[in-house]
Design a protein around this ligand. Structure first.
Ligand code: GZL
Length: 345
């Protein structure tokens, strides 16, 4: 009996060990190779004729801050037009001058896995968190037109104007118009925007350093719009009226609004009150030709070509400068009629 049990136990053991000896992923037995048909044998397969790889279409997300001025419209048109010319898939968002809308748009671009993100920050502060999300997603970021107060490693480059230099140029032009003496009111751009902060600084620095007989008696934001510029100028005239000899406006749109307020008050803009503004949009040339504006300091909005040059360089792995300045001039009443026909915005 014991012998029969031992024999049975030995048989069971032999079957069990035999069943585990084959690893789960044993390679197909040699016989499989013989069943391949002729046309699929690797040594005879004819590789597809190598087609040149189609260049992948560039996909760029661009958060534009708003549509508050002629300048902004020209900037948007330049970006959209250049994207179309180059066949770039542009994801465009207009934030209507609200930072929360820009942040939402940037997060949407991250979710869409775009190749590059461009941003025109409505204000300088409040960007570090979302820019870190962009960096963590491995997407390069380009600051277009305006700056953001973030560590430099969070963006590839800033593409735009030297706003402080624009403010300095405006101050020299105003001093010439006033012969170095008089009271000025100032219409500031959007509070906290790099354009407004630096245009104020540049203007103030030159006046305080070189023109002790010129005083800035009032300074308030007109938010870069015609309507607000007119409203604030009306308040300036109500409080200081004939005591104002000059107006410095951070953009042409606010200057054009202020011109309406000055005329309604009964004074002659460009004569009783000398006016210097910034941007050099067509509306400013028309006001200069009418003798109502004296000088406009150019701020170039045609940033589309430079923006997409930067995007293409980044995607191609080419080096990009941290700051790419715009080329800009100064335009005065005397040459406005001759200049206007060649203006692009
Ligand atoms: C300047 C730009 C400013 C313009 C305004 O680069 O950011 O914003 O000067 C515009 O006209 O609103």
């Amino acid at each position: 009996m014991k012998k029969i049990f031992a024999l049975l136990l030995t048989g069971v053991m032999m079957m069990t060990i035999g069943g585990c000896s084959k690893p789960a992923s044993a390679p197909a037995p040699a016989a499989d190779a013989a069943t391949q048909t002729a046309e699929t044998k690797p040594e005879e397969a004819k590789p597809e004729e190598a087609k040149p790889a189609e260049a992948k279409q560039l996909v760029v997300g661009y958060s534009q801050l708003g549509a508050e001025s002629e300048w902004r419209t020209a900037c948007t048109n330049s970006v959209k037009g250049e994207a179309e010319t180059r066949g770039i898939d542009l994801k465009f968002s207009d934030a209507q001058q609200k930072q929360e809308n820009q942040i939402k748009a940037i997060r949407s671009f991250i979710a869409q896995k775009v190749d590059v993100i461009g941003v025109s920050p409505v204000v300088e502060s409040g960007w570090e968190t979302v820019f870190k999300e962009v960096k963590d997603a491995g997407i390069p970021l380009v600051l277009v037109d305006r700056k953001a107060d973030v560590p430099e490693d969070l963006y590839v480059c800033f593409l735009g104007s030297d706003f402080k230099e624009e403010g300095k140029r405006a101050a020299e032009e105003m001093a010439t118009l006033l012969n170095g003496k008089g009271n000025i009111v100032e219409l500031q751009g959007t509070v906290g925007s790099s354009a407004a902060v630096e245009r104020l600084d540049g203007f103030k620095e030159v006046i305080e350093a070189k023109y002790p007989d010129i005083k800035i008696i009032k300074s308030q934001t007109g938010d870069f719009t015609r309507a607000k510029g007119k409203e604030v100028m009306e308040a300036f005239l109500k409080s200081d009226g004939k005591n104002i000899q000059g107006l410095y406006a951070h953009n042409d749109d606010m200057a054009i609004g202020a011109i309406q307020a000055i005329e309604e008050y009964g004074l002659k803009p460009g004569e009783d009150i000398k006016i210097v503004s910034v941007d050099a949009v067509k509306g400013a040339f028309e006001a200069m030709i009418a003798g109502k504006l004296n000088v406009t300091v150019e701020c170039n909005p045609l940033l589309g070509p430079q923006f997409f040059d930067v995007c293409e360089s980044i995607v191609a792995g080419q080096p990009v400068e941290k700051y790419i300045p715009s080329e800009e001039g100064i335009y005065r009443q005397e040459t406005a009629a001759a200049d206007l026909p060649s203006r692009q915005y």
